[in-house]
Write a protein that binds this ligand. Structure first.
Ligand SMILES: C[S@@+](CC[C@H](N)C(=O)[O-])C[C@H]1O[C@@H](n2cnc3c(N)ncnc32)[C@H](O)[C@@H]1O
Length: 299
């Protein structure tokens, strides 16, 4: 059995993608093992077990016997859950700086399913409570909060270009991604129909092209190391753009936001997942959208 936790908003998507679901508890879905690839789970509970208990002290002791660091997930019996958690070792804040090393231990997680029963997994796949990284945000420099998606990808997943690499940033206005990419030392070709915020546009190593991204041919830009896109468009249209760049042979690394308008487009999502070396995840900083990255295996 494996547990898959998401937020209330994306529970329907998680239910849609998982097979062999056994039960749902709040936003936690238990499914028969083995581990399934999941786009929508923020936190995977690797060894969930059912524990029955009579008293709060007994519950806390059972958890302490199983593991060291616990994060509670509550959807009912909040007060009782808090009293149990109060008896467990305190978890220090894990708010992260951009590119800081990840905490070296992943957390355990538990939830009360009724007054006398809890599900506890001493191992999860994340060092952050509910799998959700929080950053010490830069409230001054970036022109939008979209930069947090790249901070998360770079810091948590280690997927990022190297200084000096040439990247294209499609749908770049007002300039959050372009700002992140410029700041880590990339040469950025930044493309949008709308202008960049002027203080971003005048930073060094940024070439801004004001145009419709779908009229730009790969040969117009030439060889690049990374393709970034945060364009608001239908997933199918983004897929066409990515395929055109793959076909051109002018780029091998891709990071894109697939944005859904209305219902989630599972059909196109599957096509992205089927691309060679593609990973698709709903990041904590994604709204009704997911992030796909395709990385050349040796870079
Ligand atoms: C979510 S915003 C991007 C935010 C940006 N990544 C940031 O960090 O500030 C989406 C952008 O896509 C742009 N966009 C939508 N369709 C476009 C197109 N066909 N060509 C170029 N840009 C487009 C919009 O103008 C908008 O600025």
């Amino acid at each position: 059995m494996i547990g898959y936790l998401t937020t209330e908003q994306f529970l329907p998507e998680l239910r849609e993608e998982l097979k062999d679901i056994k039960s749902t508890h709040g936003n936690l879905i238990l499914a028969d093992g083995p581990l399934q690839e999941s786009v929508w789970a923020h936190n995977i509970w690797l060894d969930p077990q059912l524990i029955t208990f009579e008293s709060i002290t007994q519950a806390a002791k059972a958890l302490k016997d199983l593991g060291k660091l616990w994060t509670p997930v509550t959807y009912e019996h909040h007060r009782r859950a808090q009293l149990i958690q109060d008896q467990l070792p305190k978890l220090r804040s894990r708010v992260m700086d951009f590119l800081a090393p990840l905490p070296d231990n992943n957390l355990g997680a538990w939830t009360l399913i009724d007054k006398n029963t809890l599900i506890a997994s001493p191992r999860t796949d994340s060092p952050f409570p509910m799998g959700e990284v929080r950053f010490n945000e830069d409230k001054i420099n970036p022109p939008s909060r979209a930069y947090l998606k790249l901070w998360e990808l770079f810091t948590v997943f280690g997927i990022m270009p190297k200084p000096g690499e040439r990247v294209v940033d499609f749908g770049s206005c007002p300039g959050g991604w372009t700002w992140v990419l410029q700041k880590i030392g990339c040469e950025v070709v930044s493309i949008d129909r709308a202008p960049l915020e002027p203080r971003i546009a005048k930073l060094p190593r940024i070439e801004f092209i004001k145009t419709n991204a779908f009229t730009v041919k790969p040969e117009d830009i030439g060889k690049i190391d990374w393709f970034f896109s945060d364009i608001i468009c239908y997933p199918e249209k983004l897929l066409e753009l990515v395929l055109a760049w793959q076909k051109s042979g002018l780029c091998e690394n891709f990071v894109c936001t697939i944005k859904f308008q209305g219902a989630t487009d599972f059909v196109t999502l599957k096509k992205f997942q089927a691309l060679e070396n593609a990973t698709v995840r709903h990041l904590r900083h994604n709204k009704h959208e997911v992030t796909v990255w395709i990385k050349k295996s040796s870079s």
